[in-house]
Design a binder for this molecule. Structure first.
Ligand SMILES: Nc1ncnc2c1ncn2[C@@H]1O[C@H](COP(=O)(O)OP(=O)(O)OP(=O)(O)O)[C@@H](O)[C@H]1O
Ligand SMILES: [Mg+2]
Length: 290
């Protein structure tokens, strides 16, 4: 099997998923719990000798928005980057645990991380359009993946999907860098969805935006949820309450002299905010520490 086929095989129809399930007991289990598209279990995650995150099991449910919240340094971005092997780019990164996407291990040696990122796309805190036209920014991933269909049509669909088409349809040849910050962020979302990933990871996509641009991106996330699964890191608790179906609260353990992030509580957003089970969650939600 070729490297890229390992995940492509996981991208089949419901029927092929079911067929595969019948052959593989573990996949059958994940099919029965079919709502979980990414099953993430971080036992220990190191940057060099530094234990950055431990004991965090975070399921990502299909078609839902999952928010990662918690104080600075608790490992939210680290955990998010684990979901599409973005930490592989960090020297000294080491990970014990697993991340299963549609029942398949994305850290399997035969899996190409570039292929993983086609299925699980990412949008960063600071928009990072390439120094090329608006059109080419969105077409970039399509060309990289040797897309055989109508590129112009796909670019338009992606820009519409990112609620940007009306603002840029007459500026497709202008540099992506000439757009406003909020437009650049939506351009990066368009670039990420152009290749139709199954999951979209967003690391604080609104933190550098004003309230109006923030609301637009939140509305967009609700729209995106109809077609994609979204996992988002946010510092803004109100935002998590407004947009997320599921919430993972992480905190920092300093008891052993280190600063290791871990999952304190995970659940339905409403339940987690209205009836948190853990004392740390209660305190964090009450704003007793930041
Ligand atoms: N590339 C890296 N190399 C070494 N250590 C890192 C790296 N990225 C993060 N860390 C460390 O891992 C821990 C978790 O960092 P991370 O960025 O995941 O936290 P965070 O919860 O996203 O914080 P913030 O809310 O400030 O963005 C921190 O102690 C941080 O210093
Ligand atoms: Mg972060």
């Amino acid at each position: 099997m070729r490297r890229d086929q390992v995940l492509q095989a996981a991208d089949g129809s419901e029927l092929s998923t079911l067929r595969r399930s019948l052959r593989e007991p573990r996949t059958l289990f994940s099919t029965l719990l079919s709502e979980v598209i990414i099953d993430c279990k971080i036992n220990h995650l190191y940057y060099g000798k530094f234990l950055a995150v431990r004991d965090s099991d975070i399921p990502i449910y299909k078609g839902k928005i999952t928010a990662f919240i918690g104080p600075s340094g608790c490992g939210k971005s680290t955990a998010l980057r684990c979901l599409n092997r973005m930490n592989d780019l960090v020297r000294g990164f080491r990970f014990e645990g697993h991340v299963h996407f549609r029942g398949r291990d994305i850290y399997h040696p035969k899996v190409d991380p570039v292929v993983v990122r086609r299925y699980i796309g990412m949008v960063f805190q600071q928009p990072n359009p390439f120094a090329m036209s608006v059109f080419n920014n969105v077409a970039f991933g399509l060309r990289l993946n040797r897309y055989k269909g109508d590129i112009a049509d796909r670019v338009e669909q992606a820009l519409r999907g990112a609620a940007l088409w009306d603002e840029v349809k007459d500026k497709l040849k202008q540099s992506g860098l000439s757009l406003s910050g909020g437009q650049q962020q939506r351009l990066c979302i368009a670039r990420a969805i152009a290749t139709e990933p199954a999951v979209l990871l967003m690391d604080e996509p609104c933190s550098a935006r004003d309230p109006i641009a923030t609301r637009r991106i939140e509305e967009l996330m609700r729209e995106l949820k109809k077609h994609y699964t979204v996992a988002v890191v946010t510092h803004n608790l109100q935002q998590a309450m407004r947009i997320a179906d599921k919430t993972a609260f992480m905190y920092v353990d300093t008891s052993g002299g280190g600063r290791t992030g871990y999952l304190v509580e995970y659940g339905d957003t409403k339940e987690l905010f209205e009836g948190p089970k853990e004392e740390y969650t209660k305190q964090y939600i009450r704003g007793e520490f930041s």
